[in-house]
Design a protein around this ligand. Structure first.
Ligand code: BES
Ligand code: ZN
Length: 943
């Protein structure tokens, strides 16, 4: 970090490779301490390359044992060694290169390249791990056919796997054995994988649409054999779905998934041999919650879908990462929507986007979906590349229609099969299929920041016309001051007096009940004609048709009407979110004295309560007047001129009090919803408050503890008087199906947990006892965890006992123990910093395992506002110390966990200074990894 920052890699400097690799043979002599790797590659200069163009072979931390070009070791000027690896000069147009390297898997704690995990050996190559195994042109646009021979001790590593099909295997002298694997599909090095281990295999057959038989195999440690059924079933469902929804069929005879305990990410799509974080494979009803089940299914689907969107058609360079990730996230979202969660999936995804991607896009790490520079590519596996990238694909579909979109996808896979391409290529194919010019749309890939859209309308009763005025504006992001207008699809409808959608016409199009307005300039007007009655409410941005911050200037009554009647599940939920958001903002602006004006307020018991929703965000709970920190609370609303969340003047009183009228209106709407027969899962989402992280975004400089307190106060004010209704709902759910993995059963469990958390937060009589009973009687992990989450901020005997019981019971089950780590770290009961220290001393904790580290540090930063954001900065300092320690072992994980420390500019002055100090302390350390240094540098940069 003290050294000059490494020079960034620029998209504008991209050059096609000068050399092709025509074939590659890899031979591994596997051993945890020292593995020998022999690589034999046939290379050929391309026709376009300069005749003297050298061959670049990337390599990192390699011990080189041998290097020969056509049987001769290059010497003198023929071989240049630099920080990136090797450059071979003076080669003939075609050559055979043989390289031998030695690597040390057991000492590899970065978990990139070849490493050891729980007695097994495995690899992780994306994005640049292959260069830690052998010298190679380690870039995604160099594709070749792999033949891989593995040799190892037969007793220690009975299972030997690599990509493709196994073509030979056998025993060798000295208790060793070997296997040879051939992958018929050319692939870039980042998709290479091998596994050697003592693993059990659970398998199932799958017959593809065209009648090909495929063996589906899941490899796990022997004691986990009974936790594989869900993974196998999910894989088969995803394969069938890809055939039916996208016309994509699998192409090899075997599809393997291996569960690995130590893994930096969620999972990896290596051709025919996916490697998975064990967390996203293993499930049984007594260990995994509904969210775990859904998540496992979607990660398995995601990696499977990559076989086409990523592997058959891959990325030209890493700037194009969203080409495969955005598209594949879109595909897995569609799958979960159609097969598992239906309407609520969109709500969950938008919630996540707003809580995580919007802040990223508004902070120091903001970057376009297709970045044009990076210093460490590991740091670009971001919410922007993934989730905003998926939104961009979804908008394309909204703009060109489902049919053209599907044709465009077919054309994309057909035309680019076996190639490495760009996001421009993708959009061009879509434009061709739709017969439309999408050049303006391309800006979504190139420009960072979340656009603000302002919508206003006026109804002309005499003409039966609604005039709509739209305005868009994107605030500056680091290094990008001037923003251009984007091509924004705004899906909308008009609700009439009975809640039904009105019909009318947009321009010359036929009469319809829903329209897509295409905003392309900074300002634009539209006219809906042929309206036979005045709309009571406008349902804007249906299905969240674009990732924007919308200011539609709607009053609370209109929003309540939408929340009650809209048939679009997203818009309905969103209207309720907007009401709640306004109520919280009003309370924050009233900073401080809420006691006289808060119907839900009770005497300070010194307790506070938090629950965690299915998304892992802090959702319920309360903190009392003592925590408002009014003297140092400097929470200011975001610039109202920018519209969006900052503009709240119409409904907030701004007088330093709660907006009682607004809270009453919300309560009445909630009361009606609780009485009606709303589907349980829909009700569960309507009862949720906007995430704390999302609420922080409404302020230019937020005091996170004050925002948290305001959120709790609104919750108490709205739901306190509804305690009886909540209890009735809870009672009605008493006979809930506590087993089935169906949308209905999961929805009821979600509602039950939400109501329980609310009641505990409200300190409703009997709530704590009810939570304890739910824990004791639960058959599913979902209801057990729901009870613990409800109790987690309640400093009660029940919490202490049940958490101890849970720890005792799951001590030897790392994945379940991680849930306990998360609860303890995330709890706001007093003594958070000491508790955090103690957790790191727990016998189940290991610094070398990313899941353990994330399970402790993640929830602490995400939920434990009181301690992480302690005003003296002790929480920030403690975290900075941990990050430094982690960085020495695992840079990628350290850099990912450092992100919450980058939002210092958006905090109140006191915390802002403290957080900045923690970052600066880290920045001053010697020997920081490039990964962590890059994040810190950007977080502290001035622009
Ligand atoms: N290709 C990635 C995995 C990856 C990313 C490996 C970066 C190494 C470095 C994989 O397809 C992926 O996107 N995994 C996600 C989960 C997915 C469901 C979005 C992950 O690992 O978080
Ligand atoms: Zn992916």
């Amino acid at each position: 970090m003290k050294d000059a920052a490494p020079r960034p890699i620029l998209l504008s400097e991209y050059r096609a490779p000068d050399w092709r690799v025509e074939a590659l043979e890899l031979d591994f002599d596997l051993d945890p301490d020292a593995t020998r790797v022999q690589s034999r590659l046939r290379v050929r200069r391309t026709a376009e390359a300069a005749p003297d163009a050298p061959l670049r072979l990337h390599g990192r931390d390699l011990e080189r044992l041998r290097l020969e070009v056509n049987g001769v070791a290059p010497a003198g000027e023929a071989l240049v060694e630099d920080a990136e690896g090797l450059l071979l000069h003076g080669l003939p147009d075609a050559a055979e290169i043989v390289i031998e390297t030695r690597v040390h898997p057991a000492a590899n704690t970065a978990l990139e390249g070849l490493y050891a995990s729980g007695g097994n050996l495995c690899t992780q190559c994306e994005p640049e791990g292959f260069r830690r195994i052998t010298y190679f042109p380690d870039r995604p646009d160099v594709l070749t056919r792999y033949t891989v021979r593995l040799e190892a001790d037969a007793a220690r590593y009975p299972v030997l796997l690599a990509n493709g099909n196994r073509v030979a295997a056998g025993a060798l002298a000295g208790g060793r054995h070997y296997a040879v694997w051939e992958d018929p599909f050319p692939k870039p090095s980042y998709l290479f994988a091998l596994v050697a281990g003592d693993l059990a295999c659970r398998s199932q057959r799958f017959v593809t649409r065209s009648g090909r038989e495929v063996a589906l195999e899941v490899y796990v440690e022997h004691h986990n054999q009974d936790r594989c059924d869900h993974a196998l079933a999910s894989l088969a469902r995803a394969m069938r779905y890809d055939e039916e929804a996208f016309g994509r069929e699998y192409d090899l005879d075997v599809y393997m998934i291996v569960a690995v305990d130590d893994f930096n990410m969620g999972a990896m799509e290596n051709k025919g041999l996916n490697l998975f974080n064990a967390k996203y494979v293993l499930a049984s009803p007594d260990s995994a919650t509904d969210d775990d089940y859904v998540h496992i299914e979607s990660v398995i689907a995601h990696e499977y879908f990559h076989n086409w969107s990523g592997n058959r058609v891959t990325c030209r360079d890493w700037f194009q990462l969203s080409l495969k990730e955005g598209l594949t996230v879109f595909r897995d979202q569609e799958f979960t929507t159609d097969c598992t969660l239906f309407g609520v999936k969109r709500i969950d995804d938008v919630q996540r986007l707003r809580a995580f991607q919007f802040p990223e896009d508004a902070g120091p790490l903001a970057h376009p979906v297709r970045p044009d520079r990076y210093t460490e590519i590991n740091n670009f596996y971001t919410l922007t590349v993934y989730e905003k990238g998926a939104e961009v694909i979804r908008m394309l579909r909204t703009l060109i229609g489902r049919e053209a979109f599907r044709q465009g996808l077919d054309l994309y896979f057909e035309r680019f099969d076996g190639q490495a391409v760009t996001t421009d290529d993708f959009v061009a194919v879509m434009a061709e299929a739709a017969g439309r010019d999408l050049s303006l749309f391309q800006r979504w890939y190139r420009q960072a920041g979340t656009p603000r859209v302002r919508a206003r309308s006026a109804f002309d009763a005499a003409a039966g016309e609604l005039r709509i005025d739209l305005h868009q504006h994107t605030p500056p992001t680091p290094g990008e001051a001037d923003k251009q207008p984007l091509h924004i699809p705004l899906r909308m409808a008009l609700l009439g007096g009975d809640g039904a959608a009105l019909s009318g016409r947009l321009g010359a199009a036929p009469e319809a009940r829903e329209w897509v307005l295409e905003l392309t300039g900074a300002e634009q007007s539209f006219r809906l004609t042929g309206l036979r009655e005045a709309p009571v409410a406008i349902s804007w941005l249906r299905g969240f048709s674009a990732p924007v911050l919308l200011d539609a200037g709607q009053d609370a009554t209109e929003l309540a009407y939408i929340a009650t009647f809209d048939d679009d599940a997203f818009t309905r939920w969103d209207a309720m979110q907007e009401l709640l958001r306004r109520a919280v903002i009003a309370r924050v602006q009233g900073a401080g004295d809420t006691s006289q004006d808060d119907p839900g307020q009770r005497a300070d018991t010194g307790q506070s309560h938090t629950g965690q929703s299915h998304t892992g965000q802090s959702h319920t709970g309360q903190s009392h007047t003592g925590e408002r920190h009014t003297d140092e609370g400097h929470t200011e609303p975001a610039d109202p001129a920018q519209g969006g969340y900052g503009q709240r003047s119409t409904d907030t009183t701004g007088t330093g009090q709660a907006d009682t009228a607004l809270e009453t209106l919300i309560r009445e709407a909630m009361a009606a919803l609780l009485q009606n027969t709303v589907e349980p899962v829909v009700l569960a989402t309507l009862l949720e408050l906007p995430a704390h992280r999302e609420l922080l975004e409404a302020f230019e400089h937020a005091d996170p503890v004050a925002v948290y307190a305001a959120r709790q106060a609104v919750e108490r004010a709205v739901f306190g008087p509804l305690a009886d209704s909540l209890l009735q709902q809870q009672a009605a759910l008493a006979g809930v199906d506590d087993g089935a993995f169906t949308a209905t059963a999961m929805g009821s469990r979600r509602l039950l947990n939400r109501i329980l958390a609310l009641r505990v937060a409200l300190e409703a009589p009997g709530a704590v006892v009810d939570a304890a009973r739910q824990y004791q009687q639960a058959r599913s992990q979902t209801l057990r965890m729901g009870a613990l989450e409800a109790l987690n901020d309640a400093d009660t005997r029940q919490r202490t006992e049940l958490l101890a019981e849970f720890e005792q019971h799951n001590r030897n089950d790392a994945l379940v123990l991680d849930k306990w780590f998360g609860l303890e770290a995330g709890s706001q009961i007093p003594g958070g910093l000491e508790r955090l220290e103690r957790l790191l001393e727990h016998p189940g904790f290991r610094w070398s395992n990313p899941n353990r580290v994330r399970a402790v540090l993640g929830p602490f930063m995400a939920h434990n506002h009181r301690h992480f954001h302690q005003a003296d900065g002790a929480g920030y300092q403690q975290i900075a110390g941990y990050l430094e320690r982690l960085d020495a072992l695992n840079p990628q994980t350290a850099a990912a966990l450092a992100r919450p420390l980058t939002r210092w500019r958006r905090l109140d002055p006191v915390r802002s200074a403290r957080m900045r100090e923690a970052l600066e302390r880290l920045a001053a350390r010697d020997g920081l990894s490039r990964d962590l240094a890059d994040v810190i540098q950007r977080a502290l940069a001035d622009s």
